[in-house]
Unconditional design. Structure first.
Length: 271
């Protein structure tokens, strides 16, 4: 049986000139800015234009583009090899779909149709579910399938915030960073959401908390100094907190010589 695995991720600009259009795609998503199109479109234009200069400087430090597509391709290739090694009765092929930049669902569906699978498995690469991430990507895929009149057996992997392999992976990376440190604070920094999203039932914050709880338990370090914070606030709404930026500033002032920032796709020692 032929099976297609669709790996969903956010995406990122592939060159500096595409930073602003990438940001526009991000903020024009109704799952991010829940406003009528007539209001959301100009607001997304305004936000992306204002944030682009700072974002460009950050991407310049990364070499002029986001590494997310390259890393996702490596994940995709490794997963495809593993699946085909483990299941001899099935043929798996992995496809990447980015929500805010290329490759987009509109293009990838053509490759999936050419592969002609008997089943499609939707696999968000966001361990914790949010309507703004996994939900948005899955909705777009289903909309594109409907538009292209593409019907095939489809299953969805929702989320895996406490999967043991996921927890172990974070634990290993944290241990690498702290093994030679004495005075440090461990900051789990996750992307934030407006508080109203959580109050309306989005499980993201609770799932992030469960991930952090399991990682801390797995580290099993006596008197570990750690905190969970949230980053990337935008717009006038109140967002979940505390703010990662505020936590870093506060701990720098009280003399923490090493702050380990982890969870949101990176591990960084801030001196």
């Amino acid at each position: 049986m032929k099976k297609a695995v669709i790996l969903f991720n956010l995406g990122g600009p592939d060159k500096i000139e595409n930073v602003e259009p990438f940001l526009f795609n991000l903020f024009n998503d109704p799952a991010i800015l829940n406003l009528p199109t007539i209001l959301r479109y100009p607001l997304a234009k305004l936000i992306s234009n204002r944030r682009a200069p700072v974002a460009k400087k950050i991407y310049e430090e990364l070499g002029g583009s986001s590494p997310i597509l390259k890393l996702t391709k490596e994940q995709s290739e490794a997963l495809e090899i593993k699946l085909n090694q483990n299941e001899k009765d099935n043929e798996y092929k992995c496809f990447i779909v980015m929500r805010c930049w290329n490759p987009r669902a509109n293009d990838v569906i053509k490759d999936v149709q050419l592969f002609d699978p008997e089943e499609v498995i939707l696999m968000p690469l966001y361990p914790q579910y949010s309507a703004a991430t996994s939900g948005s990507s899955i909705k777009e895929w289903k909309d594109v399938c409907k538009k292209n009149k593409y019907k095939v057996k489809t299953s969805t992997i929702c989320c895996y915030p406490t999967d043991q392999n996921f927890i172990n992976a974070h634990t290993r990376e944290i241990i690498k960073k702290i093994k030679d440190l004495k005075n440090f604070k461990l900051i789990f920094s996750a992307h934030g959401l407006p508080e109203k999203n959580i109050k309306e039932g989005d499980p993201y914050q609770w799932q992030v908390e469960q991930s952090v709880k399991k990682i801390v338990e797995n580290l099993n370090i006596k008197n570990l100094d750690w905190i969970l914070s949230y980053q990337s606030r935008v717009g006038p709404l109140k967002w979940i907190g505390p703010s990662t930026e505020d936590i870093i500033v506060e701990n720098s002032k009280i003399g923490k010589t090493n702050i380990i920032n982890c969870l949101d796709d990176f591990f960084k020692v801030i001196k």
